[in-house]
Design a protein around this ligand. Structure first.
Ligand SMILES: [Zn+2]
Length: 252
């Protein structure tokens, strides 16, 4: 029985039965992976924080025939991202990032860029915190990595270019922006040309420049509505961590 080793971020874990844990990982080599860690609930010493959300680990596992869950044989901690765990707001934003990956990424499909995106953003979150704008950059790059890049360069249906000042709508169902003639019968969200250009730039910008990005207020509001609507369309539900962010926003 071959033993596999890969780097992974823990997306979530839950107790299972008397003594086990079921853990969801995002791995660099195998994409999203679900595994069972035998005895992990009882033996906290053996796994410690390594199976908790945010931890970057070196995962060792093997497959069991006719079982969709892999068996976790060992899990070594590379980075606990402790700075996230110590701050309620960082926990809230970090929980959103890992929940959106967990909900959108298909199981066992490798997306190496997505792994890099997630670990880069956990690093930024730990070191300096993440603004709403950076969350939007995370979302749009995540969608791009998964082959769901929103179509923003021209009308997604008829490919008419947008002129400055034109009224543009975004359709989550069609996955892109629409001209006035193509919106009929579709559920759409308003977006300005400026916000479309900002989203395009957010996908293309070099990673080192990301932490310095600041959106205008209009772009911030519109891109939040559009990306939330688009992600909700693909996940089919409102994410729990988003409700948590809304709840604690007023504390600040
Ligand atoms: Zn059109």
């Amino acid at each position: 029985m071959p033993l596999y080793t890969t780097e992974a971020v823990v997306l979530g874990s839950m107790d299972f039965g008397e003594s086990d844990k079921i853990v969801t990982f995002y791995t660099i080599t195998f994409g999203k992976l679900k595994g069972i860690a035998k005895g992990a609930k009882r033996s906290k010493k053996r796994f410690g924080i390594n199976l908790e959300p945010f931890s970057l680990v070196r995962l060792h596992f093997f497959e069991k025939k006719e079982d969709s869950l892999v068996r976790v044989s060992a899990c070594d901690l590379i980075n606990p991202f402790q700075g996230i765990r110590d701050d309620l707001f960082k926990i809230a934003y970090g929980s959103y990032m890992i929940e959106v990956v967990e909900k959108l990424a298909p199981e066992r499909v490798r997306h190496t860029e997505l792994f890099t995106l997630l670990t880069d953003f956990l690093g930024i979150l730990e070191a300096r915190g993440v603004t709403e704008d950076l969350l939007r950059v995370f979302e749009v790059r995540l969608l791009d990595d998964l082959g769901l890049r929103p179509h923003v360069s021209d009308c997604v249906i008829c490919h008419t270019p947008f002129v400055i000042g034109a009224k543009v709508r975004f359709s989550p169902e069609k996955g892109g922006a629409l001209c006035n003639r193509c919106v009929k019968g579709l559920s759409t969200i308003q977006i300005s040309i400026g916000a479309l250009k900002t989203l395009e730039m957010a996908i293309k910008i070099e990673p080192v420049k990301i932490p310095r990005l600041v959106f205008s207020r209009e772009v911030r509001d519109e891109s939040r509505e559009v990306l939330r609507g688009f992600i909700r369309f693909h996940t089919g539900s409102v994410l729990k961590s988003l409700e948590f962010i809304e709840k604690i926003k007023d504390i600040k």
